[in-house]
Every structure is written in structure tokens, then in C-alpha cells.
Design a protein around this ligand. Structure first.
Ligand code: ADP
Length: 466
């Protein structure tokens, strides 16, 4: 059965309230009543002892009883439902409540039994008799027999006390139920309200409104975290949607030029305007090669942008990775007489995707090679701070103009179109590198001065260092 959160919470609060009341009622009825009965029984024993003490004080040293005082004690005891008979040592009866009351004692006991039966159903009580010696100066002067209704008897005030207690419990139970329902409803409203807002946002997102955000604030940590996650999800989806739209238009734009060139060349040859000689076919082939390279680069970019977040994470020795690439590029750099200097100040091993980091190093080294004149230099620095690993590539090449600098990490952006036509870059290498570094939680920045050189700086957080 599916219930609303509000109903569930209210019902559970109510159940807890009822359970508490049940426990309190059981405890009070079982334990409190038991203690109260014990108290009543003890009280009876104390009353008996008090009567004995009072009687003893009314016997003089010769064993003479003060009859008037004893009668007063007997009548007072009778008023409390206690039947007393005092005998001297020789068995002579000094005072007897039954004689004094001429049969009213039985009536009194019957009345007590009746009233106890009314108060306690299935009550089984009877007259209990207790004998006490009367001692004066260490000598037994007589004895007293005390009869009372036992094992215990609730007086009217005892019953009133128990009734008040039960009434109090009843009132507390009522208040507890009302409070459980009120607090349950309030709590449910406080929890369900932000959840409903988050739910609404999620529905909006699933309908394609990626700019939808939940503004609900809650004092519950988990609900706040859920709101933040939904907003993050919306942002990711929004970014991916933008990326997808941009990619489509960018690709269309990039393919249009070579395709148009190919089409016009082909048409001219088909129409017989051009002869399909080797140089014309070579030019067509170049366009095809360019498109193939572009498609390859796009594939790499798509992989970097998607995989960067969940790419492999293995221990990678950065120093070794760089040294390997220096070896791979050795002959190309040698051909242009460009010197590579590697300054290694830190031998860090980081948890990363080795292939992806290799791709970044290759991109930066091939750029430095492409955009530097002969007899130049490339300095590679590997360093570390307490929190980050820093990798720098500083070349002394053509540099990047101030107007191009903010855009060089953008997809398909080429700073110098004329030079790039010869170098053949599609303007994707740095975009791929940035996506990879971002995917590793780091950042890549550049500073450059035209005709002096460029300086690329990669910062990778040490959290990924082992
Ligand atoms: P490409 O494939 O065109 O090299 P990138 O994304 O790697 O694409 O680079 C984008 C642009 O940034 C390049 O076209 C180039 O103009 C500029 N650039 C990149 N690296 C350097 C560098 N080391 N020196 C000068 N310009 C550079």
C-alpha cells in the first residue's frame, strides 16, 4: 500500500504516542498499584504497632490498666476499621470492641468487604487477626488481639488518590495523542514541502526544461543534499545539451568548407571544365585527409569530454610519462633544432588516466613544436606544492595575441588562420587537453606574448596523488 509521506509520518507519530501511553498505563497499573498496596499493608502494620504502643503506655508498673484511656484507644481504632480486644495476663478481658459495639463490628466488616468488592472486582478479602503482647518494664502485662480487614483495605481517600492518578494519566494520554498528531503533521509538512518542490523540478527537467532549478531550502541535511544534487543534475544536463547543440553547429561549420571545395572541384571535372589530372586529384585528396583528421579529432574530443569524469584511475608516474614523450618527440624537435629542457623538481605519482595525461603532454609538445621557429627552446617543469602538482610547458615561439588568448581552449579555435593552414591543426587539441585536466579535477591556463613565446600551466590537485 502506497501512502503519502504526510500520512505515514503522522501515523507513525501517533503510534509512538499510543505505544508510550500503553507502556505508561501498564507500568502504572502493575508497578504503581503494587507499590501502593505494599504501602497500604505497611501502613496497617504501623497502625497496629501504634495501638500496641499506646496501650502499653496506659498500664502502670503494678499491671493496672487505665480503662478510660484504653476505651478511647479502642473507639478510635474502631473508627479506622480495627477491632481490638485487650486481655490481662490471667486471661481476664479488659476491653473488647465487640462487646462495646454489641454486634456492630460484624456489620462494619461486612460493609468493608462490600465496599472493597465494589472498588476491586473479584476481590477476596477476609478478617485478619494479629496478636501482640503488652509489655511494661520488660514484663508481660497482657495481650491485645487486633482484627482488621485484610490483606489490605482501601479507604475512601485511598480510592480517591488512585482515581486522581488514573484521571491524570488519562489527561496526559490525551495531550500526548494531540501533540503526536500535531507534531507529526507539522514535521510531515516541513519534510514533504521541499520534497514536492524538488519533485516538481525533477519533472521539469525530465520534460526537457534544463534551466529549471529547485530553490527550496530545508533544515534537513539530506533534503538539502537532494536539492543540490537535482540542481547539479540539471546543470550537467543543461551544459551537455548546450555542448551537443554547439558541437552540431561547429561540426557542420567545419565540414562545410572542405565539402564545398570538393563539390566544386568534382563538378568542374565532371563538366569537363577541369582535367582530372594528378594535381587536381591531389587537392581533392588533401580535403578528404583534412576531413578525416577532423573526424578523428572530434572522436578524441567526444571521448575526453565524456570519459574525463569516469576515466580510469591508475598510479601514474608523471616524470616517467614526460621523459617518454620527450624521447618520442626527440627527432621532430631535432629536425627543427629546438632544445628540450626538462626541470623535474618533484617525483609525484598521481592517480590518473595515463592515456589521457599522455594525450595532454603530446598536444602541448606538438603545439610548442608547431608554433616555434627553428633554433628555439622548450622548457618543461614538473613541480609540486603541498596541495597540487604543477606541470608547465614554456616555449619561446610565435606566441598568441591578446585577442586570441581568451579563446584558444574553445573548440575549433585557431589563433593564426594563415599559419594553421600550413600546420594543419583543427583547433581541437587544447579543447581536448582542457577537458582531460578538468576531468582530473585540475585546471590549465596560458600566458603568452606574441613573438616571445607561450607558457602553459597545468595544476592537478594532490588529492589524486598517492
Ligand atoms: P591546433 O590543432 O590548431 O593546434 P589547438 O587546440 O592545439 O589546435 O590550439 C589552438 C590554437 O592555439 C592553435 O591553432 C594556435 O593558434 C594556438 N596555440 C596553441 N599552442 C600554441 C603555442 N604553443 N604557441 C602559439 N600558439 C599556440
Amino acid at each position: 500500500m502506497k501512502l503519502k509521506l504526510r500520512t505515514k509520518l503522522s501515523v507513525s507519530y501517533l503510534l509512538i504516542g499510543l505505544l508510550c501511553i500503553l507502556i505508561i498505563t501498564v507500568f502504572s497499573n502493575v508497578f504503581l498499584e503494587k507499590s501502593f498496596i505494599n504501602y497500604v499493608i505497611k501502613n496497617q502494620a504501623m497502625k497496629n504497632e501504634s495501638i500496641v504502643e499506646q496501650l502499653q503506655s496506659q498500664i502502670d508498673s503494678e499491671g493496672m490498666f487505665d480503662l478510660d484511656a484504653i476505651e478511647t484507644i479502642g473507639i478510635t481504632a474502631l473508627e479506622q476499621g480495627i477491632i481490638m480486644r485487650v486481655e490481662a495476663v490471667d486471661g481476664k478481658i479488659i476491653w473488647d470492641a465487640k462487646v462495646h459495639n454489641s454486634g456492630l463490628c460484624e456489620e462494619m466488616i461486612a460493609h468493608m468487604s462490600m465496599s472493597m468488592m465494589q472498588k476491586v472486582p473479584n476481590w477476596q478479602g477476609e478478617v485478619v487477626e494479629a496478636d501482640y503482647p503488652l509489655i511494661q518494664n520488660g514484663q508481660k502485662m497482657g495481650r491485645v488481639t487486633i482484627e482488621f480487614y485484610g490483606p489490605y483495605y482501601f479507604t475512601d481517600s485511598d480510592v480517591a488518590f488512585m482515581k486522581t492518578l488514573n484521571r491524570l494519566l488519562f489527561a496526559v494520554s490525551g495531550i500526548a495523542i494531540v501533540m503526536a498528531l500535531t507534531v507529526g503533521t507539522l514535521m510531515a509538512r516541513r519534510i514533504s514541502k521541499p520534497l514536492l518542490i524538488v519533485m516538481e523540478t525533477a519533472k521539469n527537467i525530465s520534460n526537457g526544461n534544463y534551466d529549471a532549478r529547485s530553490k527550496s531550502h530545508s533544515t534537513t541535511v539530506e533534503i538539502d543534499a537532494l536539492t543540490a544534487s537535482i540542481n547539479e543534475l540539471a546543470e550537467t544536463l543543461e551544459n551537455q545539451e548546450k555542448l551537443r547543440q554547439r558541437l552540431t553547429s561547429d561540426v557542420a561549420h567545419e565540414l562545410r568548407t572542405p565539402l564545398a571545395t570538393l563539390q566544386s572541384h568534382m563538378e568542374a571535372m565532371i563538366d569537363g571544365i577541369w582535367v582530372a589530372d594528378a594535381s587536381r586529384l591531389m587537392s581533392c585528396h588533401e580535403e578528404i585527409v583534412r576531413m578525416t583528421r577532423l573526424v578523428g579529432d572530434l572522436e578524441k574530443l567526444a571521448r575526453a569530454e565524456n570519459e574525463a569524469f569516469r576515466g580510469e584511475r591508475n598510479p601514474v608516474q608523471l616524470k616517467q610519462l614526460i621523459e617518454n614523450q620527450i624521447k618520442n618527440f626527440e627527432s621532430d624537435y631535432y629536425k627543427k633544432h629546438i632544445l628540450i629542457e626538462f626541470e623535474c623538481m618533484a617525483e609525484e605519482t598521481i592517480m590518473a588516466d595515463k592515456n589521457q595525461l599522455n594525450q595532454v603532454i603530446v598536444n602541448l609538445m606538438s603545439n610548442a613544436l608547431k608554433y616555434s621557429p627553428e633554433h628555439s627552446r622548450l622548457i618543461i617543469r614538473l613541480n609540486a606544492t603541498p596541495t597540487d602538482v604543477i606541470l608547465e610547458f614554456q616555449d619561446f615561439g610565435y606566441g598568441i595575441s591578446e585577442t586570441d588568448l581568451p579563446f584558444i581552449f574553445e573548440r575549433f579555435y585557431r589563433a593564426d588562420q594563415s599559419r594553421n593552414r600550413t600546420t594543419g591543426g583543427a583547433g581541437i587539441g587544447l579543447t581536448i587537453s582542457k577537458a582531460i585536466i578538468k576531468g582530473h579535477g585540475g585546471d590549465i591556463t596560458v600566458s603568452s606574448t606574441p613573438e616571445k613565446g607561450s607558457h602553459f600551466k597545468i595544476v592537478l590537485p594532490k588529492t589524486s596523488v598517492i
